[in-house]
Design a binder for this molecule. Structure first.
Ligand code: ASP
Length: 346
């Protein structure tokens, strides 16, 4: 059960500007290129330290508590945040059995639920079906701060069809990590660009990072085109964007192919979903038309947009498929972000 937001529009996100400490993370618009680069460096350091079993890491968030508040389904975001906090030496809490067993079930609104959680945790990771729900949480956590002098922060784990900032950070980190640079890339986003929050955040983050000679191509059915608000943001950042319904126009030249799931649960009309459900399926035959140096990304979960299980198995064995790297990088990126917002790392 979810209730309407009250004051989301009154919260203005703070630019990071080199200092993450105590800042709510609600949109990629908060990040400047230096902020992203410092997160990428930190995530790479976290990876090295975790992979070599470095015990020094466990102290970074010692004594800190992270709460997860997930009003929508999640595997990777929820568990990678939890694993990230545990690997930093912090503690993790959530309502037993998920939010359906919290007071939300009794009709409590987000403003109250988030303030209750904010009384117990230093950081609240929120996933919620309403666009800008994390803004609402940030607004009310700031009010709590005024009353109690505590300073819990919210980190968005996905706001409905709006944004998914930490996914975009891990995606861009993965691209930079594999490609060695963000310059001179043709990045193609495919599928449900209307309802897919990961592509909204990723396209904006790429534009915000700025890169020499990097361009975006958007491939989707007419009815699932990138929303006008994201398009005008990209225009304001001066990045070249090409929109088409024909993957074959761009696949051969793409350095990054970012595939997405058609967001079945977001369609107001079932018939609209059914009309396009079987379009935009990536199979080994599709990847045969891509270049050898291309990478195939997907935020996951995947359904039939990656064909059958047999197709999955072939694609998974293709060196160009990097969605498992994305998954692993998710934890390292979230470790980096948590350490920074909690002031454990500059
Ligand atoms: N896991 C991603 C998200 O939460 C992508 C998806 O669900 O398709 O937005």
């Amino acid at each position: 059960m979810t209730l309407p937001l009250n004051n989301a529009q009154r919260y203005v996100p703070e630019a990071i500007n080199g200092d993450f400490r105590g800042k709510h993370i609600v949109t990629v618009e908060q990040f400047a290129p230096d902020d992203m680069d410092s997160l990428f460096k930190s995530a790479a350091r976290m990876r090295t330290r975790v992979q070599r079993g470095d015990r020094g890491l466990v102290d970074l968030c010692l004594g800190k508590v992270m709460a997860t508040l997930f009003f929508e389904a999640s595997t990777r975001t929820d568990m990678s945040f939890q694993a990230a906090m545990l690997r930093l030496g912090g503690e993790v809490i959530s309502t037993s059995g998920g939010v359906q067993f919290s007071s939300v079930y009794k009709g409590e609104n987000l403003a109250d639920t988030v303030r209750a959680v904010g009384c117990y945790a230093d950081v609240v990771v929120l996933r919620h079906p309403e666009v800008r729900s994390s803004y609402e949480a940030a607004y009310y956590l700031d009010r709590l701060n005024e009353r109690l002098g505590t300073h819990p922060v919210v980190v968005s784990g996905g706001d409905g069809v709006g944004e998914h900032p930490t996914q975009a950070l891990l995606d861009l980190f993965t691209i930079a990590d594999i490609k060695g640079s963000l310059d001179n890339l043709k990045i193609t986003l495919v599928g449900d660009l209307l309802y897919g929050r990961t592509v909204h955040s990723l396209a904006k983050l790429i534009a915000l990072h700025g890169a020499v000679n990097t361009t975006l191509a958007f491939v989707s059915p007419e009815m699932l085109k990138m929303p006008p608000a994201v398009m005008s943001f990209l225009k304001s950042r001066d990045i070249a964007v090409y929109e088409t319904q024909q993957l074959d126009e761009v696949i051969g030249d793409s350095d990054v192919i970012y595939w997405t799931r058609i967001q079945e649960e977001r369609f107001p009309l079932r018939a609209d979903y059914e009309a396009i459900a079987d379009q935009f399926i990536v199979t080994p035959a599709t990847m045969a038309r891509a270049s050898d140096k291309a990478i195939l990304m997907h935020p996951l979960p995947r359904k039939h947009e990656m064909g059958t299980q047999a197709d999955h198995d072939v694609l998974d064995a293709d060196q160009r498929s990097v969605y498992f790297q994305q998954m692993a990088n998710g934890m390292y990126m979230r470790m980096a972000l948590l350490a920074k917002v909690l002031g454990a790392e500059r």
